[in-house]
Design a protein around this ligand. Structure first.
Ligand SMILES: Nc1nc2c(ncn2[C@@H]2O[C@H](COP(=O)(O)OP(=O)(O)OP(=O)(O)O)[C@@H](O)[C@H]2O)c(=O)[nH]1
Length: 202
């Protein structure tokens, strides 16, 4: 089993949003650098572990992905419990997914156990045409709700890695939201980091 001695912090990240917006694809691209054009709908909850280096520190992420389709959704309280970051995804080519964001935020607010949970809004599928949601629409919604914002494509990879990195940086900057791992906090060695060093086997 992989030793966690040099893991500085372990964080729980949630991915939510309407069915078909690309939540599982976004996670698959980040965790395994793969994309499936025929990605099947999530049933229940899926989760993946991935380590990244942020500012020289090894951060272990457990990333939880839930079904957008209500009939496939289960165990909602445990999905949200102790989440420190949340990625709320919509599809820039489908306005209906953007129009549902308020409902997803309400769901997050009612189940979240950490009041300072960091929220990132992601407009996915920017590789696809025609667009129904502009970048300004996304930006406006994000600033109104005090969220971070980016656009991305799970298909082309654009914006995916950076989205996770920036979310993690913001979580680490939020006092009281996380604690250093006991051993990792002591044994951490600072390293310079290039883009290849930003992910590591975990
Ligand atoms: N063109 C394009 N297609 C994408 C992108 N991301 C996901 N898709 C496709 O969109 C479809 C739905 O993707 P999923 O990742 O299953 O969506 P989801 O949000 O996890 O859906 P649920 O599991 O039902 O909640 C799949 O056919 C994906 O291949 C993207 O960035 N660009």
């Amino acid at each position: 089993m992989e030793d966690d001695y040099d893991v500085y912090a372990t964080l729980k990240i949630l991915i939510i949003g309407e069915s078909g917006v690309g939540k599982s694809s976004f996670l698959m691209r980040f965790a395994e650098n793969k994309f499936h054009p025929d990605q099947s709908a999530t049933i229940g909850i899926d989760f993946k572990i991935k380590c990244i280096r942020v500012e020289g520190e090894k951060i272990k992420l457990s990333i939880w992905d839930t079904a957008g389709q209500e009939r496939f959704r289960t165990l909602t309280p445990s999905f949200y419990r102790n989440g420190q970051g949340c990625i709320l995804v919509y599809d820039v080519t489908k306005y209906t997914t953007f129009a549902k964001l308020d409902e997803w935020l309400n769901e997050l607010d009612s189940h979240s156990t950490k009041k300072d949970i960091v929220k990132l809004l992601v407009g996915n599928k920017i590789d696809k045409e025609p667009r129904e949601v502009t970048e300004e629409d996304g930006l406006r919604f994000a600033s109104k709700h005090n969220m971070m914002f980016t656009e991305a494509s799970a298909k082309t990879m654009e914006g995916v890695q950076l989205a996770f990195e920036e979310l993690v940086v913001r979580i680490l900057q939020t006092p009281g939201l996380w604690e250093p791992n006991e051993k990792g906090g002591i044994q951490i060695h600072r390293k310079s980091h290039s883009s290849e060093e930003n992910s590591c086997a975990c």
